[in-house]
Design a protein around this ligand. Structure first.
Ligand code: NDP
Length: 345
């Protein structure tokens, strides 16, 4: 197979698995990075390329620079657009989250328009583009969230990361609807866990597990429900979206929804008392007092803590053909990788 795929965000936590799997399938991967001279960001992918039938090309491009993806997109068959900052630690939400997400999507999709060759775009959105706060489900009178729903409760000041994702996805659909050269398939992962191939990523997924293992929630874990999915399944979903012409639209990914405390108990089942895991679930009142230590605002606590969440991931199984890794294995493999890479003891 000589298919050329332009990949943005391929140096990241999810992106590294996507690039590795594409290379293993024999694709020619055009990986865009912000700074080509920083080889440490992609040396693990260069090593993966050597072990594979595929080919890795490194191109320079920045989400915020107009036209910077145009050259790399010329002659590519498809684009997988994953690059977008995933951080809850920022000073200026507009500059650090919204602009790279929305303007970046515009730049990448404009490159698809200019290419004359791109037939498919796979976009990494998020369940954050499906719903904002957990309480949205009750407020909207829903039993569960499906691909029909879009986040209407996030804004620049409340849950700006989620806002960046819904604004970027809406922009993508708008640009898709204005042309007929390429198809758009969207992947909406819930919170991603599992082993990391890159030690340069700042993804919140990695901070989340490191915080659990280093005792941040020792006195109590917030009663917060999230969807969870294995990073390797998320990567597979991107390849399926690329190759499977039977599916279209959005795809929620979640092995299950469960609480933060329950995740820590999965760690305990395998690793016993090795880590300072939470002693209990933190009472909501307590969180209002100490939530700032975890970066939780009082409006976030009010609208999310203690509220149930249900995500319907049926389409990902039936149409995309994804088989989910059990969450217990995801958690175990992630802790083992962190031990091996000396991120934790
Ligand atoms: P990472 O932080 O590990 O990856 C983010 C990627 O985006 C990196 O490759 C980074 O490149 C790139 N990037 C960020 N800003 C820019 C920019 N200005 N120009 C070019 N590239 C940029 O995060 P994840 O792997 O966790 O997230 C990847 C995608 O998945 C994001 O779109 C995120 O919103 C989405 N997602 C993540 C979930 C999760 O739980 N992790 C859940 C749902 C969706 P560089 O190496 O140069 O920093």
């Amino acid at each position: 197979m000589d298919k050329v795929v332009l990949v943005t965000g391929g140096t990241g936590y999810i992106g590294s698995w996507v690039v590795k799997m594409l290379l293993e399938q024999g694709y020619i991967v055009r990986l865009t990075v912000r700074d080509k001279s920083k080889q440490t960001g992609y040396s693990h992918l260069a090593a993966a390329a050597e072990q594979s039938n595929g080919k890795l090309e490194i191109w320079e491009a920045d989400l915020l620079k107009k036209g910077s993806f145009n050259e790399a997109a010329k002659g590519a068959d498809a684009i997988i657009h994953m690059a977008s900052p995933f951080t809850l630690r920022f000073k200026d939400a507009q500059k650090e989250l919204i602009d790279p997400a929305v303007k970046g999507t515009q730049n990448v999709l404009e490159a698809a328009n200019q290419s004359g060759s791109v037939k498919k775009v796979v976009l990494t959105s998020s369940v954050a583009a499906v719903h904002g706060d957990n309480i949205d489900m009750k407020e909207q009178g829903l039993q569960e969230f499906t691909e029909e729903h879009f986040n209407t409760s996030s804004s620049l000041t409340h849950q700006p990361y989620s806002y960046s994702k819904v604004m970027a996805e809406k922009e993508a659909w708008k640009m898709h609807d204005a042309q007929s050269a390429w198809k758009l398939v969207v992947i909406n992962p819930s919170f991603v866990l599992g082993p990391s191939l890159s030690n340069a990523s700042n993804s919140e997924s990695l901070s989340f597990m490191k915080d659990i293992l280093t005792g941040k929630y020792y006195l109590g874990a917030p009663e917060l429900q999230l969807g969870f999915v294995d990073v390797r399944d998320v990567a597979k979903a991107h390849l399926l979206a690329l190759e499977n012409n039977q599916t279209e639209g959005r795809h929620i990914l979640a092995e299950r929804t469960t609480g933060v405390y329950e995740i820590t108990q999965l760690v305990k089942e395998k690793f016993g008392n090795k880590y300072k895991l939470p002693l209990m679930k933190s009472p909501k009142m307590m969180l209002y007092l100490v939530g700032w230590m975890f970066g939780l605002t009082s409006s976030f606590i009010t609208r999310n803590v203690g509220h149930s969440l249900k995500l319907n991931a049926t389409k990902s199984k039936q149409q995309l053909g994804l088989h989910y890794t059990p969450l217990q294995k995801t958690v175990e493999d992630m802790v083992l990788q962190m031990q091996q890479d000396k991120v934790v003891a």
